[in-house]
Design a protein around this ligand. Sequence first.
Ligand SMILES: CC(C)(COP(=O)(O)OP(=O)(O)OC[C@H]1O[C@@H](n2cnc3c(N)ncnc32)[C@H](O)[C@@H]1OP(=O)(O)O)[C@@H](O)C(=O)NCCC(=O)NCCS
Length: 146
Amino acid sequence: MEIIKADLSKLDELSEFSAQFFDEIWSTSSFESEIKKTNSAVFCAVNDNDEICGVACIENQYGDGYLHNIAVNTALRKQGIGKILTDKCADFIKSNGVNKIFLEVRVSNLPAIKLYEKIGFKTVATRKGFYSNPTEDAYSMILELD
Ligand SMILES: CC(C)(COP(=O)(O)OP(=O)(O)OC[C@H]1O[C@@H](n2cnc3c(N)ncnc32)[C@H](O)[C@@H]1OP(=O)(O)O)[C@@H](O)C(=O)NCCC(=O)NCCS
């Protein structure tokens, strides 16, 4: 397993992979836009056949990091890939001179919440009805980087 920073050659595969986990907000054009930005990075975990097994997207938004999404192939979860991808996002954001990462997560998404807590994120707020399909509250979480 290797972590790569995605370029446009990965776009179709990235969109197909992500459609399993994210809603329509994360279309092909969303990934295309993030890949093209110099202040964003889309990291992919790829296997020996260069197939995507995990993805995470981070952006430096006006001096704050924002983790847009992360997902790992269902069959490969609980093997540390999510943590490696999140650490990679943190390294990217630190190299941008940014020392905070924000994210939102569904309050029912225990695997993701546990992953973020393991990395050091703290819950700072609950945002009522933040998500749709289905409607659900979000926790806002922050990681302070050294
Ligand atoms: C959240 C997600 C990315 C985690 O990926 P992963 O590769 O399984 O995570 P890791 O193996 O790196 O786990 C790191 C830590 O997270 C926690 N964790 C991960 N999955 C967990 C689960 N199912 N239950 C409880 N804790 C869990 C554990 O603390 C784990 O450390 P440990 O294995 O030493 O106990 C994965 O479950 C996923 O793709 N979910 C669907 C997409 C999603 O909901 N993304 C988040 C949107 S905000």
